[in-house]
Design a protein around this ligand. Structure first.
Ligand code: KG4
Ligand code: ZN
Length: 357
């Protein structure tokens, strides 16, 4: 099977073709990702109206390039998948309408995929991982621990009570004057820094359950910056050290929370096939290293998509669509784009939680 996938739910316009033929790792026929980062940079964050207009301007061309790079025409496709939410609704509408038009004209099965499900299933595209596994989903809008028990079978074990982890990275970067998007820059600066110089809190460490909270860490960093005399008097070394200390604190928190989630998983389901980390923050090599230590201590492997497939992309949407199509899980063309769409519908909303689910 060959599927086209379209992703427009945040600030990347992306289209990709994937196939289930061939070994994992050889299944992506094309994956065109057009980042809008330059358009949003002056505002130090994603501006929904700008994002929607940019998707409208570029989606057709990005789809055309993905088709051309894969040397495919629409007749060759077995279906079309699109991120139907959760996300910024203007962008989601652009992607969904484009996908519906192609599906209608070429009479193709249509799959409206949950963006989070696409992150969750990416390791099956890249390395054919079997169910069930524990997923740590860490992105700009989310920080969740989920059991992934099958396609469409997800149970949320823990979530953030305030900020998503990517948001915490981005806000930290902003306070340190590192620009937008902050995650990759914080990681680069942390490499040169001393992660033991400043004492920072580890919110939720040792608490029962496996929920997260990052707002206290953010406040602690702001206080540190103030103590160092603010942005004007901070040296490059101060910034490097603060980034390293922030990442070290995050690493401790993730390993504590994921460790507890592994215990919950084992008690309810049995042994997982792997500990999986996905979403934009999973591109962070330091955090991957820390999680690999946790996995090794539990005699598990850490599975993580390559960094380019951690951040938003069309290939993950196409793959999730393919998995759904194989199970006959298609959608009607009356599907309505969803700004909010929790992966586990039974999970109660967390207090004051994240922007997207
Ligand atoms: O999954 P994603 O591309 O979009 C959402 O669905 O949110 O995640 C974007 C987030 C941003 O907050 C970005 O700063 C963060 O992922 N990110 C990173 C790194 N690369 C991207 N955070 C930490 N380290 C990185 N290397
Ligand atoms: Zn994402």
């Amino acid at each position: 099977m060959i599927l086209l996938g379209i992703e427009t739910s945040c600030d990347e316009t992306s289209a990709a073709l994937v196939t289930d033929a061939g070994a994992p790792g050889l299944r992506i026929l094309s994956n065109v990702v057009l980042s809008q980062v330059e358009a949003h940079r002056p505002y130090e964050g994603v501006v929904p109206e700008i994002a929607a207009r940019a998707h409208l301007s570029h989606t057709d061309r990005v789809i055309g390039r993905a088709m051309a790079e894969a040397e495919a025409d629409f007749e060759k496709l077995d279906g079309i998948a699109v991120a139907g939410g959760p996300g910024l609704i203007g962008g989601v509408i652009v992607g969904v309408m484009s996908a519906k038009a192609i599906a209608a004209v070429h009479q193709l099965p249509f799959m409206a995929v949950n963006h989070l499900e696409a992150h969750a299933l990416t390791v099956r595209l890249t390395e054919g991982l079997q169910f069930p596994y524990l997923l740590l989903l860490v992105s700009g809008g989310h920080c969740q621990l989920l059991s992934v028990e099958g396609v469409g079978a997800y149970r949320r074990l823990g979530t953030t009570l305030d900020d998503a982890l990517g948001e915490a990275f981005d806000k930290t970067a902003k306070m340190l004057g590192l620009g937008f998007p902050g995650g990759p820059e914080v990681e680069t600066r942390a490499r040169a820094g001393d992660g033991n110089r400043f004492e920072l809190p580890r919110p939720m460490l040792g608490r029962s359950g496996c929920d997260f909270s990052f707002s206290g860490l953010k406040t602690a960093i702001r206080r540190r910056i103030e103590k160092l005399g603010g942005e004007e008097t901070m040296t490059g070394t101060d910034i490097d050290d603060l980034c390293a200390c922030f990442q070290a604190a995050v690493g401790d928190v993730l390993n504590d929370r994921a460790g507890r989630a592994l215990d919950m998983f084992a008690a309810r389901i049995g042994p997982p096939t792997a500990l999986v980390v996905a979403g934009g923050v999973a591109a962070n090599q330091y955090l991957r290293g820390r999680l690999a230590q946790l996995a090794a201590a539990r005699e598990l492997k850490l599975a993580a998509p390559p960094p380019a497939l951690c951040t938003d992309n069309g290939a993950m949407i196409a793959w999730a669509g393919l998995e759904r199509l194989k199970l006959g899980l298609t959608d009607g063309l009356d599907f309505a784009p969803r700004p909010r769409w929790p992966l586990d519908p039974d999970a109660a909303p967390a207090i004051g939680a994240g922007v997207k689910a």
